[in-house]
Design a binder for this molecule. Structure first.
Ligand code: AKB
Length: 316
């Protein structure tokens, strides 16, 4: 019987991953944790400050946890306002989770990395699995270091840590906070309300993105894959789709022809310029059969449909 702990469960991915894990393992076997609980939470929730080693260790040992999904992190844009604090939070929570997982015999750990690990000296198109990692942000540096710690814990202690480098994740179920790819979620909220959207990136800034359903499925498939198939112990490149603000705008206009966009690039432009435009994820496809299902237009249709329901804008 599996007992699951999710740290950072109230975040954009955490909210949706928690539900998917509850469905897979049973609501009583999934403990969602964070420093605060979201309203109307359904399931087992513990207030847990993952920067506190004793609290993490106690939670894992008391609940006989077998799998941890460690989602706590300060993201790329927000992280730049206080670099040392971002490093401390991202790294300390990682050490607390890896170390208490090792001490308590946890079977598997999921550690999300990001396209933010890539930096200015990469091939921007089809960025390969193993280029030099020279990230521009503290978030990216912490993820690149975390990938190496994941590999270290696997090689040294046999802790089965698995990881993907998420592109920007886009979903209707929750809001992102503090990322450079966040515009691609906010734009749909404005579009369904028919409010003009002011984009903080330039129209032609192409970035790798993934629809939430694909991101969750990738996570579950990676974690379910036989151990011997997992050849990359740092983190797998993962691709969903790639598009620019101009292209997402055109895709939304097919559904809402009146929608308007303006562009006011800010400090996030420089971060976006250092990231890949597209990702070579052939290793993930080979090792554990990864295949994305959504493209830009099918994602736009789902986003608009579900956000209309959310805002009660469905015409009858
Ligand atoms: C961010 O924009 O910081 C995140 C990410 C790509 O990891 N969404």
């Amino acid at each position: 019987m599996e007992k699951i702990l999710i740290t950072g469960a109230s975040g954009q991915l955490g909210v949706v991953l928690t539900k998917a894990l509850q469905k897979k393992y049973g609501i009583q076997n999934v403990i969602a944790s964070d420093i605060s609980i979201s309203d109307n939470y359904d399931g087992v929730f513990e207030i847990l400050d993952a920067t506190n080693f004793d609290a993490v260790n106690y939670c894992i040992s008391k609940n006989k946890i077998t799998q941890v999904y460690h989602l706590v992190a300060i993201l790329s844009a927000k992280g730049e306002s206080n670099p040392l604090n971002t490093w401390n939070i991202n790294m300390n929570t990682l050490f607390n989770v890896f170390e208490s997982s090792r001490l308590n015999g946890v079977k598997k750990v999921f550690y999300p990395s990001s396209i933010a690990v890539f930096g200015e000296d990469i091939e921007y198109i089809n960025t390969p699995q193993f280029p030099n990692l020279t990230p521009l942000t503290v978030y990216g540096m912490s993820k690149a270091a975390g990938e190496n710690w994941a590999n270290y814990y696997y090689k040294k202690y046999g802790l089965d840590i698995r990881s993907v480098r998420y592109p920007g994740v886009i979903g209707y179920q929750s809001l992102p906070g503090g990322g450079t790819t966040d515009y691609a979620v906010s734009i749909y909220h404005n579009a369904v309300k028919n409010e003009r959207f002011d984009c903080f990136l330039e129209p032609s800034t192409t970035l790798p993105m993934i629809f939430m359903e694909d991101a969750i499925r990738a996570t579950l498939e990676l974690m379910a894959a036989p151990k011997e198939n997992i050849k990359v112990r740092t983190s797998y490149n993962l691709s969903g789709m790639s598009f620019s603000p101009m292209q997402i705008y055109e895709s939304i206009k097919k559904i809402n022809p009146d929608f308007k966009i303006t562009y006011t690039p800010d400090f996030r432009q420089e971060i976006a310029n250092s990231w890949p435009k597209s990702i070579d994820d052939s290793q993930a496809r080979e090792d554990w059969g990864w295949q994305p299902k959504y493209n830009l237009d099918t994602m736009s249709a789902e986003m608009m449909k579900n956000l209309k329901k959310y805002y009660n804008l469905v015409s009858v």
